[in-house]
Design a protein around this ligand. Structure first.
Ligand code: ADP
Ligand code: MG
Length: 268
């Protein structure tokens, strides 16, 4: 994986200093390599540092120590070849869907005509072709998140980082978004790292699932998902899907119990 790694993280630590001058050890000794065009998902208990890890990968905040390379280069600030999607789509209410999608391209000063064509293609790919002139308030939550995905892709980043992008959606919309995201990933050839609370979502989407420990977040295990692509929703009924999901669930619960015992919580 070494030479064609899209993202290479080595012995990364993050310690926050709070306003009260307390040290919060968020991430500890994270090493992970993500190959080009790979789809990696990350699960872990709330507060274990998943968002922190994603923000560091995106160049939004610095690591305390360790190294991070994206396509072989150290990351010192946000990069044009990384797109980010957060749980909240954060669309500007006074701009149409198309104008929202075009915003990063405008900020980057990319040529207007070409990016408009690209934005329209992306809206078509996410199923919003007929909604480009609507305003965010006229869209459902799932449609807003589709627009946010188009926006993240408008500058054609090689890497897409997603932080619980479907966490606010209802179960059926979420399954549909999982299917659509798999298709978009396959069609676009992007490298994707996606954080989720949902074990089935992590298994359904990931080539590999990274399981993190409670804070300070470490990588407990990286699990290969033994399911062929493309995966249909029926893949969730596959015995291999069930086995992989329960392995991850058991691991997460055992890690959590170990922390409770260590903190005295497990003793009553
Ligand atoms: P997750 O996304 O896994 O729920 P986060 O990455 O948001 O976890 O947070 C990990 C830990 O770091 C938490 O304990 C959180 O309170 C702490 N943290 C996150 N951001 C900051 C910050 N800017 N200052 C201080 N502590 C922070
Ligand atoms: Mg988070």
């Amino acid at each position: 994986m070494g030479s064609n790694a899209a993202i290479q993280i080595s012995h990364l630590d993050k310690i926050f200093l709070t306003v009260r001058n307390e040290r919060v050890h968020a991430l500890s000794d994270i090493s992970l390599s993500v190959a080009e065009k790979e789809f990696v998902t990350i699960v872990g208990p709330s507060g274990c540092g998943k968002s922190t890890l994603l923000k560091i990968m995106a160049g939004l905040i610095p690591a305390s120590s360790g190294t991070l390379r994206v396509v072989g280069q150290p990351v010192l600030k946000p990069r044009r070849d990384i797109g980010i999607v957060f749980q909240n789509p954060i669309l500007l209410p006074w701009r149409t869907v198309l104008e929202n999608v075009l915003l990063p391209a405008e900020v980057q000063g990319l040529p207007a005509a070409a990016t408009k064509a690209r934005a329209r293609d992306l809206l078509k790919m996410v199923g919003l072709a007929d909604f480009e002139n609507k305003y965010p308030g006229e869209l459902s939550g799932g449609m807003q998140q589709r627009a946010a995905i188009s926006r993240a892709l408008v500058c054609d980043p090689a890497i897409l980082l997603m932080d619980e992008p479907f966490g606010a959606l209802d179960a059926m919309t979420r399954e549909q978004m999982n299917l659509d995201l798999q298709r978009i990933w396959r069609e676009s050839g992007k490298t994707i790292v996606l954080i989720t609370h949902s074990i089935p979502e992590a298994v359904f989407l990931g080539d590999r699932v990274v399981v993190m420990t409670p804070r300070p977040g470490r990588i407990a295990c990286v699990i290969d998902v033994p399911l062929k692509r493309p995966r249909s929703l029926e893949a969730m009924g596959d015995p291999a899907f069930g086995r992989t999901s329960s392995d991850i669930r058991r691991l997460l619960y055992s890690l959590n119990d170990a922390t409770l015992v260590a903190e005295g919580g497990g003793l009553g």
